[in-house]
Design a protein around this ligand. Sequence first.
Ligand code: WT7
Length: 630
Amino acid sequence: MPETFDVKLEKKTYRPDPSYLEGSSMGDWETAYGRFMDDPEGFWAGIAGELEWFRTWDRVKEWKHPYARWFTGAKLNITHNCLDRHAAGDRRNKVALIWRGEEEGTERMYTYRQLHRLVMRFANALKKMGIKKGDTVCIYMPLVPEQVVAILACARIGAVHSIVYGGFGAAALHTRIRDAKAKIVITADVGFRRGKRVPLKTIVDEAVINASSVEKVIVLRRTKPLLELISEMEVDFDEVMEGMAPACEPEVMDAEDPLFILYTSGTTGTPKGIVHTCGGYMVGTYYTSKYVFDLKENDIYWCTADPGWITGHSYIVYGPLAAGATVLITETVPDYPDPGTWWQIVEEFGVTIFYTAPTAIRMFMRFGEEWPGRYNLTSLRILGSVGEPLNPEAFEWYYHVIGKSACPVLDTWWQTETGMHMIATLVGEPMKPGFAGRPIPGVVVDVVDREGNPVPPGIGGLLVIKEPWPSMMRTVHGNDERYRTYWNTIDACYTAGDLAVRDEDGYIMVLGRSDDIIIVAGHNLGTAEVESALVSHEAVAEAAVIGKPDPLKGQAVKAFVILRLGFEPGEKLKQDLIYHVRMGLGPIAMPSEIEFVTSLPKTRSGKIMRRVLKAKEMGMDPGDISTLED
Ligand code: WT7
């Protein structure tokens, strides 16, 4: 961990039109935060009370460091709040989901009533296959409505879903299926990406070898002729739905029953299966969708993430649907067939809330203003950002070019582990480029030194969370020890693993990770996972990976590789290694640079000192190298 350090702070402030604050459901930050501080449990009980429960809670919170239980004794089903609540009332014919495929003209819409019925039919299909409450189901699908149906169907019957992003390779999928002991894998024949087909099913075929927990593979077949199913284990998505009744009582879940596992990179080679539970997660994602994004009944809400990441779980599926929003999803990428696609979608569907990642914004900056300039973006009301720091240049561009200097820009800081937004500038509040903002009401954040003492404004330190919150992760699947380290590194605080600095007004600027996690295009990668992928190649004896600043992706992966005897460095081998990582972990983990070396800087105990490599790479002072071996 670093010492504290000085940071030069930007001073610019933008003030949104007062109508934003006047119309906002949350109101101003001071008052709302004060309301929370006066009665934290009452605050959360008030939010929870806006939702429907089968049985109410005995206590809002029970905290025995480092374990929290929220809404104890309460019974619920999150899908009742995402579907039944709306389908039984005024929103029954409201569009819940809009899907736009890659080819123009491929679009589908589902009302709340329709989505509800589809989910219940698929839930019945899962039940018929023997899936019960507590079983794990792995979802490895492209971004199609059927994925949302599969997710909600699991939640309907109390099955724990583990969604794996469709961009991951076979080795990454295999590790996740095995760790979660998934009984069923739900996939598709292909995903469409930039006019090409991504053969998801072929990757599943490889990933399920030696994954004995898997009993069935459900395949959504999207292309003609239909992909042949090759074993007894495999069933067709539409066929299993056939004849299923559109009626399935929701499983009665305890607030603390698990809802899903989602893997995130760790500082060791194995990813961490973050476990979220039903009650607190529902309250946290509903609250932030409704109040941080200030959702209104007529909003057309588009979050460009994939359900394979926490952003998709919380802000495509559960939060916005619990709040009764119209949610747009699309299989398109930002620059195909041209860099105007997303702005065309905004215009065509009249998107009002747009939530994306800094890496996408920086990509659009490169393509130039003429692309968004071709479309009418005046429907936009609120812009959001997530995944890595929104640098001031990207903020300015997003604010002026996309938001026409009128839309609040919400830079939301949070993590897979937090489940919901933690820091953001509320709609209508003054915005400071480069700063995510203040903790949202309900959340207590601090910036501290290694001993846990708060550091003054302008001094960088570690970002910590001081009080439990409803949608916090409950454990790391099968490895509670790893969970405890989050709460034991700094006394009585949750350590987020990020560096941050505060200004005089309490606005927080997040500076990046303090550990061996690299954020590439908003995707969280553990150096260790990439290193072990490299070492699994026959030519590699040892590897060390660092994140190097990249103007587009935020960070890019650079790998230092020591070869085994008998292997010669060369361009061909570099390409082989890149391909090897790509096949194992997926395109996001691909090194953009490989350097062959004959030794790596190590501590006397043999730990690779990545920060020394990084400093050397960037021509910087490596700092304290007293523990370096030679
Ligand atoms: C890490 C969490 C939360 C969903 C997407 C990523 C970085 C995330 C911001 C932001 C600065 C950010 C942090 C965090 N991060 N949002 N607004 N400003 N950094 O979830 O994969 O769990 O990654 O992403 O470093 O710790 P994740």
